[in-house]
Design a binder for this molecule. Structure first.
Ligand code: AMP
Length: 246
C-alpha cells in the first residue's frame, strides 16, 4: 500500500494505474476509520482493480469550530487498519488541499434545503468543495459513499450531474454495532453512559414503523426521544427518498 500526501504524487500514481488499463475506485473519508469505512473499501476492492482511500479532515465542511477541534485523528492506526484492502492512501495536509482558501460555491437545489442542509449552514458546500477536488484529481471509475450520510449522497449525485462528472456514485448500506448504533468516527467521543443509551435511537426508529401514518410516526419518535434528557433532537423527518422533501 502506498501512502502519499501530495496532489502531484496522487495524480502520478493514478495516471500509471490507468495507463495499465486498470479501473479505479475512490473512497473519501475523514479518518478515524472503522468497519463502516472498511465496508466501502471492501466493496470498492470487489468492483475495481485499484482502490484509493483519502483521509482528510476537511475543515471547510465543519460549521462548528469545536466539532473540528475535537474530531478524532488517528492516521497511523488508520493506515494499519486498511493496509490489506486499499492500494493508495491519500492523506494530505490542509495546505496541500487548499493552497489558498477555497471560494467555490455549489447550489444543489431542494436536496440541500432540508435536514443537515438547514441545520448546518455551509456544510454541504464544504462537502462539494472537497469531493469535487478529489474526483478531479483521481478521476475514479466509481466513488463510494455510505447511506449513513444519506443526504450527502443526494448532494453528491447532484454535484456530479451539474458538473458532468463521469464517475459512478455507489451508495453503500449502513454498518451498525450489534446494539443498533450506526458506526461513526464521532462515537469515540461518547462517554460510557452515552454509549449505553444511544442504541435507543435505532430501537425507536424501528418501532416507529409500526405507527399507522406519517404524523403518528413523527409524534412517536419525538415523544420517545424526549424521554431521554441526554438526547436533543435536531430534526426528525419522513421524506421522499430522491427529492428528500417531507
Ligand atoms: P466520514 O469519514 O465520516 O466522512 O465517512 C466517510 C464515508 O464513510 C462516508 O461516505 C460515510 O457515509 C461512510 N460511512 C461512515 N460511517 C458509516 C457506516 N456506519 N456505515 C456505512 N458507511 C459509513
Amino acid at each position: 500500500m502506498l501512502v502519499i500526501t501530495t496532489v502531484k504524487e496522487l495524480q502520478e500514481s493514478v495516471r500509471k494505474v490507468k495507463a495499465d488499463g486498470k479501473s479505479v475506485g475512490l473512497v473519501p473519508t475523514m479518518g478515524a476509520l472503522h468497519n463502516g469505512h472498511l465496508s466501502l473499501i471492501k466493496r470498492a476492492r470487489k468492483e475495481n482493480d485499484v482502490v484509493v482511500c483519502s483521509i482528510f479532515v476537511n475543515p471547510v465542511q465543519f460549521n462548528n469550530p469545536e466539532d473540528l477541534r475535537k474530531y478524532p485523528r488517528t492516521l497511523d492506526r488508520d493506515v494499519e487498519f486498511i493496509h490489506d484492502y486499499a492500494d493508495i492512501v491519500f492523506a494530505p495536509s490542509a495546505e496541500e488541499v487548499f493552497p489558498v482558501p477555497p471560494t467555490e460555491t455549489y447550489h444543489y437545489g431542494v436536496v440541500e434545503q432540508v435536514m443537515e442542509g438547514a441545520a448546518r449552514p455551509g456544510h454541504f458546500n464544504g462537502v462539494g468543495v472537497i469531493v469535487r477536488r478529489l474526483l478531479d484529481w483521481v478521476q475514479p471509475d466509481r466513488a463510494y459513499f455510505g447511506e449513513k450520510d444519506y443526504q450527502q449522497i443526494a448532494v453528491i449525485r447532484e454535484l456530479v450531474r451539474q458538473c458532468n462528472i463521469s464517475t459512478t456514485i455507489v451508495p453503500c448500506p449502513i454498518v451498525r454495532e450489534d446494539s443498533g448504533l450506526a458506526l461513526s468516527s464521532r462515537n469515540r467521543l461518547l462517554t460510557a453512559h452515552e454509549l449505553e443509551i444511544t442504541p435507543n435511537i435505532y430501537r425507536i426508529l424501528q418501532e416507529s414503523k409500526n405507527q399507522p401514518d406519517v404524523p403518528e410516526i413523527k409524534h412517536f419518535v419525538e415523544t420517545e426521544i424526549a424521554k431521554y434528557p441526554e438526547f436533543q433532537l435536531d430534526y426528525f423527518e419522513v421524506t421522499d427518498d430522491t427529492t428528500l422533501q417531507p
